[in-house]
Design a binder for this molecule. Structure first.
Ligand code: PMP
Length: 285
């Protein structure tokens, strides 16, 4: 992963992949003062690129630091990395963090804010689950109360529970875990939002304590254009029994059908298939 060719944008310059390192006393490493974006380029163009750049800046502000680059500058950095990679289809990772500096404790106002952008090839996030439906575990960890952490920030600190949940799921032979929120309502997967279908209508958790994903919003637009009724609401886990179809949305996941969550099973139905295909066409349009 580190000993390879390629260039990474780091604080304004393209540097060789191997040399894109940080100091061990980086504040973010100790205190999670880091925000990031996951983006996908299709045919050489990043889908919803500006929205991702804006979210990166907003996420940083939510966890109390300012990225010293404008949206236009972030756009230029991503374009530079993508061009240097020679990739047409790529996953693009932008990350900004509090670096090493005079502040070695929790406070870090005097440390520099740093930023990097890398791009690499990343195929289907859930492998062949795109065809047969992903198998999900039920996570034991819950999404926190928005009074505990800024849930709309794509901040590294919020991913600790996601990594633990994903590891536990993989140990049971599942692709991912479905997490509940702090109240016990259905929330999302560890890196993707969740949708359900019941009798031709769509039900999806209200994003009041987890990321309102860019893909989620795109898919809501597709459903609206088709005139499909969508219920954004609090969903009890016991309702899983009543749903016929389920899918996940995310930049990496795209639209991935879900075949099973715990003991509940779902069909990879017509609506799931067609929304997944429509999303694939849209990102390349
Ligand atoms: N929830 C979590 C926890 C995520 O990591 C992601 C991926 N960024 C999403 C939802 C989906 O967000 P998006 O569609 O903006 O990629």
């Amino acid at each position: 992963y580190d000993d390879r060719d390629g260039m990474i944008w780091l604080d304004g310059d393209l540097v060789p992949w191997r040399d894109a390192n940080v100091h061990i006393l980086t504040h973010a490493l100790h205190y999670a003062s880091s925000v990031f974006e996951g983006e996908r380029a299709y045919n050489g163009r990043i889908f919803k690129s500006r929205e991702h750049s804006k979210r990166l800046r907003t996420s940083a502000q939510m966890i109390d630091f300012e990225i010293p680059w404008t949206v236009d500058e972030i756009e230029a950095a991503k374009a530079q990395v993508l061009a240097s990679s020679g990739l047409r289809d790529a996953y693009v990772r932008a990350v900004a963090w509090r670096g090493a500096g005079p502040d070695m404790g929790v406070a870090s106002a005097r440390n520099p804010v740093r930023m990097a952008v890398a791009a690499w090839e990343w195929g289907a996030y859930y492998g062949d689950a795109k065809m047969r439906g992903a198998k999900l575990d039920l996570a034991k960890w819950r999404r926190p109360d928005p009074a505990t952490a800024p849930s709309q920030a794509k901040a590294a600190g919020l991913y600790m529970i996601c990594t633990m949940s994903k590891h536990a799921a993989e140990a049971k032979g599942c692709s991912d875990a479905m997490m509940l929120d702090y109240r016990g309502y259905v929330a999302e997967a560890t890196g993707a939002n969740i949708f359900f279908v019941k009798d031709g209508e769509v039900h999806t958790p209200k994003p009041d304590c987890f990321l309102n994903g860019i893909t989620r919003q795109t898919v809501l637009g597709l459903l609206e254009a088709r005139g499909i009724k969508v219920h954004e609401r609090h969903i009890e886990p016991s309702e899983l029994e009543d749903f016929q179809q389920c899918w996940l949305t995310g930049t990496a996941a795209e639209v991935t059908p879900v075949g099973q969550i715990g003991d509940y099973t779902f069909e990879v139905g017509e609506l799931t298939r067609s929304i997944s295909e429509e999303y694939e066409q849209l990102v390349r349009a």
